[in-house]
Write a protein that binds this ligand. Structure first.
Ligand code: NAD
Length: 256
């Protein structure tokens, strides 16, 4: 149990999303939870449910991870909770918030490109920068960044160029920061899921789903709980010597 630390999880308000599965898994492991999501009402509701279900302190805040002022306000709100003794200090950040760009290259706009880079990559930068200092003060911390198989192999139906580019930036960010923070006790790792059963893929046809599953050696897409358990390991005491790692969670798709 990790009752003495809080985990900040972005994009954790979506009912069927990976972030909420991560928050629930972390709460089960005893972490206090901070849910940051652009949907503020859903973030508050998610935190209330986590608190009720698992009996850990949980706070939900409406935040646009791509907006510096919004992230700074969230950091101030979390610090105030810590100062007041209602939350333990932040010990982990899971940069999970993300949006896709299911648009053919010549149909993309500069606004779409910028927004997808902003949410997936700049959001990771801003949230990490805001919540890193308390982890450095403790000499212990875990940062896990959500990339995607799209960064490694090019985006499929849902990703395409802006999304793959943003998720590739997340991998470079992870490796460089891991190198820089090596001696500090704060690890920085990335996960690259393949297809996961979430709302982000709503709108796909049965044919597209069958095509996706047929390309996965395990023969099916991942559950959100499977992604959450890999992230929980990267945030555990046991993973202290793992940093700068990209953990593939793709049912063996890298074998193709
Ligand atoms: P989801 O849409 O269910 O969840 C994304 C969450 O991020 C939502 O709660 C949304 O409100 C929030 N969000 C969006 N923009 C935000 C912003 N600017 N600030 C704060 N919160 C914001 O999607 P998901 O499938 O659970 O995806 C979670 C992460 O996993 C994403 O980064 C996604 O790219 C990545 N991923 C998903 C898959 C998949 O197949 N589902 C595969 C690989 C990687």
């Amino acid at each position: 149990m990790n009752t003495s630390r809080a985990a900040v999880i972005t994009g954790a308000a979506s009912e069927k999303g990976i972030g909420l599965a991560v928050a629930r898994r972390f709460a089960r492991d005893g972490w206090a939870i901070v849910v940051l999501d652009i949907d503020g009402a859903a973030a508050v509701a998610a935190a209330e449910r986590i608190c009720a279900e698992h009996g850990v302190p949980a706070v939900g805040l409406g935040v646009d991870v791509a907006d510096e002022a919004s992230v700074a306000a969230a950091e101030r709100a979390v610090s105030a909770e810590v100062q007041a003794g209602r939350l333990p200090a932040v010990g982990a950040v899971v940069n999970n918030a993300g949006i896709t760009s299911p648009v053919e290259f010549l149909d993309t706009t500069l606004d779409l490109w910028r927004r997808v880079l902003d949410v997936n990559a700049t959001g990771t930068y801003l949230v990490t920068k805001a919540f890193l200092p308390p982890m450095l003060d403790q000499g212990w911390g875990r940062i896990v960044n959500m990339s995607s198989v799209s960064a490694q192999r090019g985006g499929g139906v849902f990703g395409k160029v802006p999304y793959s580019s943003a998720k590739a930036a997340v991998l470079g960010f992870t490796k460089s920061l891991a190198r820089e923070l090596g001696p500090t006790g704060v690890t920085v790792n990335a996960v690259t899921p393949g297809a996961v059963d979430t709302e982000i893929r709503v709108g796909s046809t049965p044919e597209q789903e069958a095509l996706i599953a047929s390309a996965i050696p395990v023969g099916r897409t991942a559950t959100t709980d499977e992604v959450a358990s890999a992230i929980a390991y990267l945030c555990s005491e046991e993973s202290a010597y793992l940093t700068g790692v990209t953990l593939d969670i793709n049912g063996g798709s890298h074998l193709h």
